[in-house]
Write a new protein. Structure first.
Length: 469
């Protein structure tokens, strides 16, 4: 009766995994995607270009080798946008090929164009010539993601006043830059450009940044960024941005004026729902373009699902993929597990941050007792070998049942290392497992054992004094 069993609008991580999961279950699946955007924001303008740029910056600046070879060590003296863009384009190209091949191998039909609802089961796909083709589907998954929010009061010109999409197309590495908004994206780019030698000023309305992270680790990050000549203006709002010949003047409400070659706005993101004609399907988005869903990613119209950034928090590629898979399984009538509550967070600043579970602040607010075990990379042989003296790993342990309540990592490999802690936590393991486990030597993973021993010793000290245990 329908052209497809499941049709997905948007080929980002959420959309891809939804379509492939349905195809694996033997359903006729299709993905609608605009020309030149296969792989979504993730591959084309967000995660992959930004993480590749970071890798290129770290390699070319030699930043991570300077503790060993001296502060003047560099792989390349004059780093151009060409040097940076070459690596980014290479990775984007390869990733698009991988996605295309995965869709083809799984017999997922790719429909090129912009999709919009004509009714609850019909999507009109408008190609670049403006021709509209109608396709019908029993179940539909909206995975249209987001685009950078642009305040009306600011005139963007893609060169001097830009958002996180345009930053990938700068014609030169700026000498000075203002980053408005110290969220994850803003602070990741601020740290990359600071590593390149750009003098960066970060303006943030709130008094703190990355409030959801461990405070001690955020302080360590701020210290490092200040060392790379980043200036923070917390508790300050932008009143106006004036473009002048060869740069822009950012005027703060406090009266401060900051000159810079370039101003990057990173002030949140807007759900991409305006083109979807949601009303034709009996749906509506909120003022931020977001769609509300239930625990199974169903919208108010039960055969229409929504996944990924378009449904809001946490708006990560990692989570979007899993939401897509779970939504498709539900749509296909398969038994579905809930999204695991232990979701890791990775922040690819320079140095990087990652954590899973609770923070000290949260536990203290909720009056949950915990003990802290810390390991510093400089005390590990691997830390010395790679020249990372600042990295640290922190375990939050329940003194009651010795389970891990949170794992927080700062420094080289943080986003990889966190998964050891996530696995122990997910399997209900205790700190005793880490104390007794043998880790490869010399590794950064060894920091788990060192931190576990530290927590254990602190708990033992309390037990000695109180006569418990
Ligand atoms: C600079 C930056 C860095 C990031 N870094 C990380 C990171 O390190 N780790 C991480 O996990 N996440 C990161 N993210 C977030 C991550 O990119 C998103 O969470 C993820 O891409 C969301 O996936 P999605 O499935 O919602 O779709 P998206 O990737 O947002 O893609 C949606 C797709 O839908 C298409 N589309 C929209 N409307 C229509 C329509 N009407 N018809 C047809 N197609 C349509 C768009 O063209 C787009 O290709 C980053 C994001 C940004 C911007």
């Amino acid at each position: 009766m329908y052209d497809f069993d499941l049709l997905v609008v948007g080929s980002g991580p959420g959309g891809q995994k939804a379509a492939i999961a349905a195809a694996k279950l033997g359903r006729r699946a299709a993905v609608v995607e605009k020309r030149d955007m296969l792989g979504g924001v993730c591959i084309n303008t967000g995660t992959i270009p930004s993480k590749t740029l970071r890798e290129a910056v770290l390699y070319l600046t030699g930043l991570n080798q300077r503790e060993l070879y001296g502060q003047s060590y560099r792989v390349k003296e004059e780093i151009t946008v060409g040097d940076l863009g070459m690596r980014t384009q290479h990775v984007i190209g390869r990733e698009i090929q991988v996605i295309r091949s995965q869709l083809t191998r799984n017999r997922v039909t790719l429909l090129r164009g912009t999709g919009r609802f004509l009714d609850g089961h019909t999507i009109g796909v408008v190609d670049v010539e403006g021709e509209e083709r109608k396709v019908t589907a029993e179940k539909i998954v909206i995975a249209t993601g987001t685009s950078p929010a642009r305040p009306d009061s600011v005139e963007f010109d893609e060169r001097t006043v830009i958002d996180s999409d345009a930053i990938l197309h700068l014609d030169r590495v700026p000498d000075t830059m203002v980053v408005v908004g110290a969220g994850v994206i803003g602070i990741e780019y601020a740290s990359m450009f600071a590593a390149l030698g750009t003098k960066v000023t970060v303006v943030e309305r709130r008094e703190r940044m990355l409030e959801f992270c461990d405070l001690e680790i955020v302080e360590a990050l701020k210290y490092h960024l200040r060392d790379l000549a980043v200036t923070f203006r917390f508790g300050e709002s932008v009143a106006a941005v004036e473009r002048r010949g060869g740069g822009a003047l950012t005027i703060l409400e406090s009266g401060k004026r900051i000159p810079a070659d370039c101003v990057m706005y990173s002030a949140g993101r807007q759900g991409k729902t305006a083109e979807l004609c949601l009303e034709a399907a009996g749906l509506a988005a909120d003022t931020r373009g977001r769609i509300t869903v239930d625990d199974h990613y169903r919208t108010e119209v039960p055969h229409i699902y929504a996944v990924g950034d378009v449904i809001g928090f946490p708006a990560l590629a990692a989570t979007s993929m899993e939401q897509g898979r779970l939504a498709a399984q539900h749509a296909c009538g398969e038994p579905v597990a809930d999204l695991h509550e232990l979701q890791p967070i990775g922040i690819y600043t320079v140095p990087e941050i990652s954590f899973v579970g609770r923070t000290e602040d949260e536990l203290t607010r909720e009056r949950v007792p915990f003990e802290v075990g810390v390991s510093r990379y400089r005390e590990l042989a691997r830390g010395q070998i790679i020249g990372d003296s600042y990295g640290m790993l922190k375990l939050l342990v329940s003194p009651e049942d010795r389970r891990l309540l949170g794992v927080h990592v700062f420094g080289t490999g943080a986003t990889e290392l966190v998964h050891i802690g996530q696995t122990v936590m997910g399997c209900g393991g205790t700190v005793d497992y880490l104390v007794n486990a043998v880790f490869n030597y010399p590794t950064l993973a060894e920091s788990y054992k060192v931190a576990a021993l530290d927590a254990m010793n602190k708990m033992r000290a309390i037990a000695r004094l109180t006569g418990e245990g």
